[in-house]
Design a protein around this ligand. Structure first.
Ligand SMILES: [Zn+2]
Length: 320
């Protein structure tokens, strides 16, 4: 196989929004291209709603030290796939081997998505994640490969690449597998910094103190016997069961009995966690039935019986 001229049709067939970037059918690097898998990257550029694809130009044209194109498609802040190339691109370098992807020439072996977010103080948007899952599932189906052929650059790199950041790649593969099975995979993360999706009163301070934080910072407040919760808003796609995970930085001075509230179809449920321990990772609060719609679904309450700061960092919903 020398090119993948079917890419745009396959993406559109999967419901992925596509922008064709110029002469994508003839823009490629010389050399072999016989892809068996899909590789996820982040660009390290800071994207936003008003600047959704800051790395698009460099992905098309390359850099002084690396000629373009640098990926088959760039995934912008809104989850739109900008299709750049139907052929070989300089995205993967040498593969050290990962899962079923052998060691060898990564640019021959894999199709690359450059997902446009900075990966240090900015995570992938929900739109980017969901579109990348749908696109990866559709492309692997077209290649006749299963979800294990979806990898992250940090898994195949021989030079210490860290991308894509803030993504659990085993979970990514299970979401791709569910999508390929015709399932209803859906997952969304809301961080305290996610625009329009996190609400807290001015009584909640902002801190970058703990290196276990998710994203750039987190919020904190003293416990108080009053209703002053920090809320996380999610656009839940269907009334169904969702696993709720929370992420907090842990510290001996934080709260031993922090209430998380989950707004389910049968009312609010409260889960108490110890924020002195098990920080810097996703912790499962439980699986709950949530109603469809865009609304506040999870909260961190200050109404704790314990002393120590209550922390509000990130929350993840995953349809199960
Ligand atoms: Zn990369």
């Amino acid at each position: 196989m020398a090119t993948i001229p079917w890419l745009v049709d396959v993406l559109r067939g999967a419901g992925v929004q596509v922008v064709v970037e110029g002469d994508w059918l003839n823009r490629m690097r010389p050399g072999d291209f016989n892809p068996i898998g899909v590789l996820w990257h982040h660009t390290a550029a800071t994207s936003s709603a008003t600047n959704p694809h800051p790395a698009l130009n460099v992905c098309i044209n390359g850099r002084s030290d690396l000629p373009g194109p640098l990926c088959q498609a760039l995934v912008d802040y809104h989850g739109v796939f900008h299709v750049i190339s139907a052929g070989r691109c300089n995205h993967a370098g040498v593969s050290g081997g990962s899962g079923p992807i052998p060691a060898g020439d990564g640019n021959t072996l894999m199709i690359g998505w450059e997902i446009d977010y900075n990966g240090v103080s900015q995570q992938m948007t929900a739109a980017q994640y969901n579109a990348s899952i749908a696109a990866t599932a559709a492309v692997l189906k077209r290649l006749g490969r299963d979800a294990s052929y979806a990898r992250g650059h940090r898994e195949t790199s021989t030079t210490g690449k860290i991308d894509p950041s803030f993504i659990d790649l085993d979970k990514m593969r299970s979401d791709v597998a569910a999508k390929m099975a015709g399932g209803t995979a859906w997952s969304s993360v809301v961080d305290n910094s996610t625009a329009g999706r996190f609400t807290a009163s001015s009584s909640w301070g902002t801190s970058t103190y703990s290196g276990q934080r998710y994203g750039a910072d987190y919020r904190f407040a003293d416990p108080v016997a009053a209703s002053d919760a920090a809320w996380y808003k999610f656009n839940v796609p269907a009334t169904a069961n969702y696993r709720v995970d929370a992420w907090w930085p842990a510290n001996a001075g934080y709260n031993a009995a922090t209430p998380y509230i989950v707004a389910t179809t049968t009312g609010n449920r409260t889960i108490i966690v110890d924020q002195r321990a098990t920080g810097g990772q996703w912790r499962t609060l439980g699986t709950f039935t949530l109603p469809a719609g865009d609304a506040n679904r999870v909260a961190v309450s200050r109404w704790s019986s314990a002393s120590g700061l209550v922390i509000a960092d990130a929350v993840r919903l995953t349809r199960v």
